[in-house]
Design a protein around this ligand. Structure first.
Ligand code: IPD
Ligand code: CA
Ligand code: CA
Length: 262
């Protein structure tokens, strides 16, 4: 295991333990962000503060991008990408699918990723070129699944207008696939794909902190991760599936014009 991965895993576990301990009494302390349904809890902020403190104690010169505090300007080659709670709405409602997501990027490439799902006792890890794991189990995504048989995970943004167009697209995808899942955490959706629990994932408008760590877990399991029209994964669009299914779902999505509207 790389030093980066070991440190990221230790920190993600510590943040997860803190969240599990404090969730029963503090998960309902909320403020809203981009829309009335886009919430941040006191514990999202506390989790990010703890993660930043631990990273900087071990590696004071590294840069950090975190969902709640953004990124301070810096010059180092190493950047940590942090979602202190992915799946905040699940966290708020007591649903188990929320995660602490930490990725380490060196010179623009993600080299290590951890997605800790504390309430399920599951920790996904990945190191570039070395594989990805759920606990001790090496991960391999499902292969050879045709679109018509695919279980497809997706998600929706927080803005009303964006949701309208996402709803129209998913309505057209639904009759073409086995079924749709909306789990509530982009990081867990993509890790689930790596573990063979779903076959494909797509979403418009997710951010680096949502997919950086899980993306490495998925690609190290054999999946392809990208955007539309050969573009890299970005906050414009994220699509992930084994090769073959990736292209089939890509072509269906493109025919539905998923970037239209707000
Ligand atoms: C959200 C989750 C959700 C996805 C949203 C994200 P948050 O992150 O990943 O599954 O559909 O687009 O914003 O707000 O819970 O960190
Ligand atoms: Ca998130
Ligand atoms: Ca978050």
């Amino acid at each position: 295991m790389t030093d980066f991965l070991r440190l990221a895993e230790d920190i993600a576990r510590e943040a997860g333990d803190m969240l599990l301990a404090k969730r029963p009494t503090m998960s309902r302390e909320i403020e809203t962000k981009s829309s009335p349904t886009d919430v941040v809890t006191t514990l999202d902020k506390a989790s990010e503060a703890l993660i930043r403190e631990r990273i900087l104690a071990a590696r004071p010169d590294d840069r950090i991008l975190g969902e709640e505090q953004g990124e301070a300007p810096g010059e180092g080659d190493v950047r940590w990408i942090v979602d202190p709670i992915d799946g905040t709405v699940n966290f708020l409602y007591g649903l188990p699918d929320w995660a602490v997501s930490i990725a380490v990027e060196v010179a623009g490439k993600v080299v290590a990723g951890v997605v800790n799902v504390p309430q399920r006792g599951e920790v996904y890890t990945a190191a570039l070129g070395e594989g990805s794991w759920l606990g001790a189990e090496r991960l391999r995504c499902n292969t050879g699944v045709p679109l018509s048989q695919a279980l497809v995970a997706t998600g929706f943004g927080y803005a009303k207008a964006r949701r309208e167009s996402q709803g129209e697209v998913v309505a057209k995808v639904l009759p073409r696939v086995r079924d749709i899942r909306r789990g509530g955490s982009c990081a867990i959706d993509i890790c689930s794909l790596a573990a063979g629990r779903v076959d494909a994932y797509y979403e418009r408008g997710v951010n680096q902190w949502d997919f950086a760590a899980a993306g490495l877990v998925a690609t190290e399991s054999g999946a392809r991760l990208g955007g539309l029209h050969g573009r890299p994964v970005s906050s414009e669009f994220a699509l992930c599936a084994a090769p073959g299914l990736f292209e089939e779902l890509h072509d269906l999505l493109v025919s539905l014009d998923p970037l239209r509207g707000a």
